[in-house]
Design a protein around this ligand. Structure first.
Ligand SMILES: *Cc1c(COP(=O)(O)O)cnc(C)c1O
Length: 453
């Protein structure tokens, strides 16, 4: 084994198929009051080629040549060995990370954005609507729409719109339109504003607005796009883990002992981990850890239920861990990991004992992000610091046990657009916060009478 810092793949070595975990982990169906939701019901919302993918249980799905060509603008992404972080920690563990911060939008999100834009273009869609929290998804989709020639309209959570003007400018530079949510453009937005004029907004509200804006276009040429949670999004992201496998193999490394990713809606974590979940199902001994903020403890504290994906209850019921669809995070804790629900495939895999979720407080996460920046050099996105904090916990455990563990994690994005968060950390304005259990119970009162997964 070499001690290369970066392990590359040739373009010709890029995976040609995505791995679909739905072949190996069985999720309960989407539900409506009339029973399981048939594929056709999604027609007004998504193009049918993506709906078919959403429902597919085929294990391997070919990546179309047109999408491979789009991905090759920045992929394959390098696998790094975190030699200097290892040294700083004095750990016998070998730490590797996939660097998803090298995409044009700075995160893993373009992996699915270009795939979704391409499938929509094939289908005849003219315009995509979406929501964005911290702004990464809105910028990723604006970028993807620019490449394939689609219009893009983004509803951005109000508090982030005000705090992160640079993300809006990225969207505009790629030709997208970005408006703060809740807005006056939709009934869902107007209803919330009438009730709570000063609301900071939430992902759940912005999703309601983006769906309404798509389905209310009488031409039918506007579709909605979601950047996480859904099966087809997890599928597109598996290129991360499939590349990582080839790269570990290239340097003679064994299967990892620990696989880690931060989890908001679950997509970057799923992208890295699902190909290894396949190995785990087939007997490999791997600890697979999704990491979430203690202020939004979806997998670690919230029950596995049927709930809506959005605040206005426009989506069907989804079987997932949920803090309740009316969850609104406090403004200081707004960011890419503040969604009330979770990808159904991640939730189901947790219920099946294939993954062991962990929550970490934000001060520990920022401290981990600072250590990473000072050793490896790249400033992580605040979301990514959650993965790094868990990596450091696992590396320390390896030191205590004296074990040469192989730890693999996903570096989901850089933090160059999120330095305001670091400013708050450095000037002592951040504090730890546990989401109160009684608030979860209160939110769940609204789910009375819903079916149980
Ligand atoms: C959006 C985002 C996340 C959280 O979303 P997932 O779907 O859980 O991956 C994490 N990291 C970065 C850098 C992001 O942009």
């Amino acid at each position: 084994m070499t001690t290369a810092r970066k392990i590359f793949l040739e373009e010709s070595e890029m995976p040609r198929q995505w791995y679909n975990l739905a072949a190996d982990v069985k999720c309960p169906p989407f539900m409506s009051p009339a029973g399981p939701v048939p594929m056709e019901a999604w027609g007004p919302v998504f193009p049918m080629n993506l709906v078919e993918q959403e429902y597919s249980t085929q294990r391997w799905i070919d990546i179309p040549e047109g999408i491979l060509a789009l991905l090759m603008r920045w992929r394959p992404a390098p696998l790094h060995r975190a030699l200097d972080l290892e040294k700083a920690l004095g750990t016998p563990a070998r730490i590797y990370y996939k660097n998803e911060s090298l995409s044009p939008a700075g995160s893993h999100k373009p992996n699915t954005a270009v795939a979704q834009a391409w499938y929509n273009k094939q289908f005849g869609t003219k315009r995509l609507t979406t929501e964005t929290g911290a702004g990464q998804w809105g910028s990723a989709l604006s970028f993807a729409c620019a490449l394939v020639g689609l219009e893009c309209k983004v509803f951005m959570v109000r508090v982030s719109f005000d705090q992160k003007p640079l993300r809006k400018l990225m969207m505009q530079t790629w030709g997208g339109t970005c408006i703060p949510s809740p807005s006056n453009e939709t009934q869902a937005g107007r209803d919330i504003l009438a009730k709570y004029p000063d609301t900071p907004g939430s992902l759940g509200i912005a999703i309601s607005e983006a769906i309404e804006a798509a389905v209310s276009d009488p031409t039918g040429l506007t579709k909605y796009s979601l950047g996480s949670v859904l099966n087809h999004v997890m599928l597109h992201q598996t290129i991360i883990g499939l590349e990582a496998k080839k790269q570990l193999d290239k340097v003679g490394e064994r299967l990892p002992d620990v696989v880690i990713g931060c989890a908001g809606g679950g997509s970057n974590f799923a992208g890295l981990s699902f190909p290894f979940v396949y190995d785990k199902i087939h007997g490999a001994d791997i600890d697979i850890i999704p990491v979430e903020p203690s202020s939004c403890p979806t997998l670690t504290k919230a029950p596995y239920v049927y709930d809506h994906g959005d605040t206005a209850r426009m989506t069907p019921l989804v079987a997932m861990h949920s803090l309740g669809h009316s969850f609104v995070p406090s403004p200081i804790h707004a960011g890419g990991l503040r969604y009330h629900g979770m990808a159904p495939l991640v939730s189901r895999a947790v219920e099946d004992g294939l993954m062991a979720p962990r929550s970490i407080q934000q001060l520990e996460c920022y401290a981990a992000g600072m250590l990473f920046a000072k050793t490896e050099g790249i400033i992580p996105a605040p979301e990514t610091t959650h993965a790094i904090a868990a990596v450091i916990q696992e590396a320390r455990k390896a030191t205590e046990e004296g074990k040469e563990k192989v730890i693999l994690f996903n570096f989901s994005g850089h933090g160059l657009m999120d330095l305001v968060g670091y400013d708050k950390y450095l000037t002592g304005q951040l504090s730890d916060y546990d989401f109160p259990d009684d608030q979860i119970a209160k939110n769940h009162e609204e789910l009375k009478g819903y079916p149980k997964p």
